[in-house]
Design a binder for this molecule. Sequence first.
Ligand SMILES: [Zn+2]
Length: 103
Amino acid sequence: MEVHRQRCQACQSIDVRNILVRRQGEPTAVYVRCANCGELVARYQLSDYYHHGKGPESFYRSIGADACDSGRRALEIFNRAKEDSIQGFKDALERLKEENKEV
Ligand SMILES: [Zn+2]
């Protein structure tokens, strides 16, 4: 596993902001903006998006309503994404700490 902090290539800052853009029929896009100099740092297009503290509906919208064939299946997908997100976040923070990188 490799863990990196997102870094602005213009000014080397790790202070970044996410701007989420949702358009009909397109995957959610995340534009990462440098909070220090305002430059575009990166763009991600999401195949799924788990927002901690929000319920399943937000997650279903991110993957498209058609992706879920039944309520039970949808809830399983959501719960897996939630567990994976919480564990993945924990693992990433531990790795950054081990490597003495700023969290
Ligand atoms: Zn910058």
